[in-house]
Design a binder for this molecule. Structure first.
Ligand SMILES: *[C@@H]1O[C@H](CO)[C@@H](O)[C@H](O)[C@H]1NC(C)=O
Ligand SMILES: *[C@@H]1O[C@H](CO)[C@@H](O)[C@H](O)[C@H]1NC(C)=O
Ligand SMILES: *[C@@H]1O[C@H](CO)[C@@H](O)[C@H](O)[C@H]1NC(C)=O
Ligand SMILES: *[C@@H]1O[C@H](CO)[C@@H](O)[C@H](O)[C@H]1NC(C)=O
Ligand SMILES: *[C@@H]1O[C@H](CO)[C@@H](O)[C@H](O)[C@H]1NC(C)=O
Length: 522
């Protein structure tokens, strides 16, 4: 039982509050690890915006919000929620134990608008991996966390399929981190639904070494619009057919077209009926809270919630289904792993199956010791204005230098599958490497290490970087945040933290920096 007695006492619950049975994956199905019964997700996507009362958009750290919403979740009869944005700081104990006591499992996205892989200028570095690791540290202790998502709709068109290589590398590294902690929480991916790349995406995340492969696959599917549509005419049949004999669980991480209102959710009979239950594990309806896009089941305002027109239709449709599964002991997996999609523009797929390397701070620190011309700033700027200025400086430095010297060590190419040995270092480290190359190329003449006051000369600590690539971080030594203190001092995600009150602006600034960095390397 992970819910602590302390938090149970605070909530005034009986101290023998029942713990929730952890779920496990066997083959392409989820099971209750205690009873062996197959588990179908009857879920709702849950992301009330709490930015009016908090600088951080983390509904699982908002006890009042959870208390407002729990009665609705119970009344709807859902057994799981998917939460898109949380933070590895703040206190989640109360929300998590309330959910657990209500028999509600949680699937968590690892990324946030600021800590993510940008589809148009993909990069994956030591900071992002560190952030994902802290999120695992924060949430893995709760028995009802049954899955993590390493990305949501990152690749969403034929021209940004390269980004999937970076997402899959992050997925691989989070899986390996979880394994190193002797945990078994699966890590999957949630895809958008674009017929041009649907098959390429689903095979890409399933192919290659088992340690690189997504442990489960989620689809955000909005094809079934209104009661006149059928399993065939909606397009569902087409999507489902291609998951026949899949080797890992598949589920709908979002569903619920709203072109015809109110929504009566006719697709629910199909999702939990025999056409789908052999290959799908249910899904999450989009979404709990009413937003301007009008997909909500509940309109929330302060401490009150009001049902929307869709609420009772969803509740009734969900109550009417009773998916029949198999028991874990009687089930023998027979699904087949897929091979990787071929890499070619004509196949609409440009992500090589050779993935970016695992980020290692030890490698980057080792490399920094060999540099003679480095950034004057020792940490990433934290305000949006400073970030934008920083981005401009870095971009022009890459532009000047990389036209002359080879910047391959700090860049990568998802199509060729070739990644520089320092391509995963943070932007400050990468620009410092670039400036030192220039300084050396200019034979260290006075003024060659200045870059309009951005750089400074330092004395070299080590002249040989040949062993840097062998330096690996020890996952056991990585410190988790003090999740019970409710402060954010342990998060190094300073940009996200400080700009948390304006997530879209922060997202813009960080991605502008990364976009500048990447585009100058193309
Ligand atoms: C893909 O196309 C869209 C729309 O034309 C464009 O905004 C985006 O920058 C392109 N992405 C890449 C990686 O080329
Ligand atoms: C790398 O170091 C930075 C700065 O200390 C930290 O924020 C990040 O989490 C570390 N990354 C990894 C993968 O340990
Ligand atoms: C289904 O799979 C085939 C390959 O077996 C592929 O060519 C086709 O595009 C896929 N269809 C969909 C709807 O993804
Ligand atoms: C299952 O598929 C069959 C054949 O396409 C269809 O006739 C039936 O309506 C589907 N069942 C549901 C519940 O959609
Ligand atoms: C990667 O390499 C390919 C093949 O050499 C090239 O066509 C493409 O422009 C490169 N892409 C990036 C993002 O650098």
């Amino acid at each position: 039982m992970r819910a602590s007695l302390v938090s149970a006492a605070i909530l005034g619950l009986a101290s023998q509050a029942a713990s929730i049975d952890p779920l496990v994956i066997k083959g392409s199905k989820w099971f209750n690890s205690k009873t062996g019964a197959q588990f179908f997700v009857k879920g709702v996507d849950y992301q009330p915006d709490i930015t009016s009362t908090s600088t951080v958009r983390d509904p699982l750290a908002d006890t009042a919000g959870c208390m407002r919403d729990l009665p609705f979740l119970k009344d709807l009869g859902v057994n799981a929620i998917r939460v898109y944005q949380t933070e590895p700081f703040g206190n989640h104990d109360k929300c998590m134990s309330m959910l657990s006591d209500a028999g509600i499992y949680v699937m968590l996205d690892l990324s946030t608008p600021t800590e993510t892989i940008n589809r148009d200028s993909p990069a994956y570095d030591v900071d992002l991996l560190g952030y994902y690791q802290r999120k695992v540290d924060t949430f893995a202790k709760y028995d009802n966390v049954f899955a993590f998502l390493a990305g949501n709709e990152v690749t969403n068109a034929y021209n940004n399929t390269g980004a999937s290589a970076y997402v899959k590398a992050a997925l691989r590294d989070v899986k390996s981190y979880i394994k190193s902690k002797h945990l078994t929480i699966p890590v999957g991916y949630a895809t958008n639904d674009d017929a041009d790349i649907r098959w390429q995406l689903q095979t890409y995340f399933d192919c290659g070494s088992i340690s690189d492969r997504a442990d489960f696959y989620g689809i955000n599917l909005y094809e079934w619009c209104g009661p006149a549509a059928t399993f065939e005419s909606s397009g569902y049949a087409n999507v489902v057919k291609n998951f026949t004999n899949w080797d890992v669980p598949v589920l709908l991480t979002e569903y619920g077209c709203n072109a015809i209102k109110p929504r009566t959710f006719p697709e629910i009979a199909a999702i939990y009926g025999s056409n789908m239950t052999s290959s799908f594990s249910g899904g999450f309806v989009y979404e709990y809270v009413e937003e301007p896009n009008e997909y909500g089941l509940v309109k929330v305002s302060g401490s009150t919630g009001t049902k929307t027109a869709d609420y009772d239709y969803f509740k009734k449709a969900l109550a009417a289904v009773n998916p029949s599964g198999v028991s874990m002991s009687s089930y023998t997996p027979s699904g087949k792993q897929q091979s990787c999609p071929s890499v070619s523009a004509s196949n609409n797929w440009i992500a090589s199956s050779s993935l970016p390397p695992s980020p290692s701070n030890a490698t980057c620190s080792c490399m920094m010791n060999t540099l003679t011309c480095v950034s004057k700033q020792s940490s990433m700027p934290t305000s949006a204005g400073d970030l934008a200025k920083f981005g401009q400086s870095v971009s022009s430095i890459f532009g000047i230098v990389c036209g002359t010297v080879d910047c391959g060590a700090v860049s990568g190419n998802a199509t060729t599958g070739k990644y520089g040995k320092y391509s995963f270092c943070d932007p400050l480290q990468r620009v410092s490497w670039v400036m030192t190359e220039w300084y050396n190329d200019q034979r260290n003449v006075d003024g060659a290490c200045d870059f309009d006051g951005f750089a400074k000369v330092v004395s070299v600590k080590s002249t040989d970087d040949s062993s840097c690539s062998d330096q690996k971080d020890d996952p056991q030594s990585s410190k988790g945040p003090s999740s019970d203190k409710g402060d954010s001092s342990s998060s190094s995600s300073s940009a996200a933290k400080i700009l948390g009150g304006a997530p879209s602006m922060a997202a813009l600034s960080v991605s502008v920096v990364l976009a500048m960095l990447t585009s100058t390397l193309l």
